[in-house]
Design a protein around this ligand. Structure first.
Ligand SMILES: [Zn+2]
Length: 66
């Protein structure tokens, strides 16, 4: 295990959808793959924090390994 984990705060780009999630990712490239679980629009990253302890942030499980 190498590299940092990031806790990324994301909001839906659809203004009618107020979904906000915090996703823990190991690279910022993963953020671009994330879409809103509610409406399927792209998510916008609005904040980053380095997740020193990933356990401290509740992970949102997405089916990335489909
Ligand atoms: Zn949405």
């Amino acid at each position: 295990m190498v590299g940092s984990m990031y806790a990324v705060t994301l909001t839906c780009s659809d203004r009618d959808c107020e979904l906000e999630v915090v996703e823990v990712v190991s690279s910022l490239a993963e953020v671009e793959l994330l879409v809103c679980g509610g409406c399927g629009c792209c998510l916008q990253a609005v904040g980053f924090a380095e997740a020193v302890e990933a356990r401290a942030v509740a992970p949102v499980v997405l089916p990335l390994a489909a």
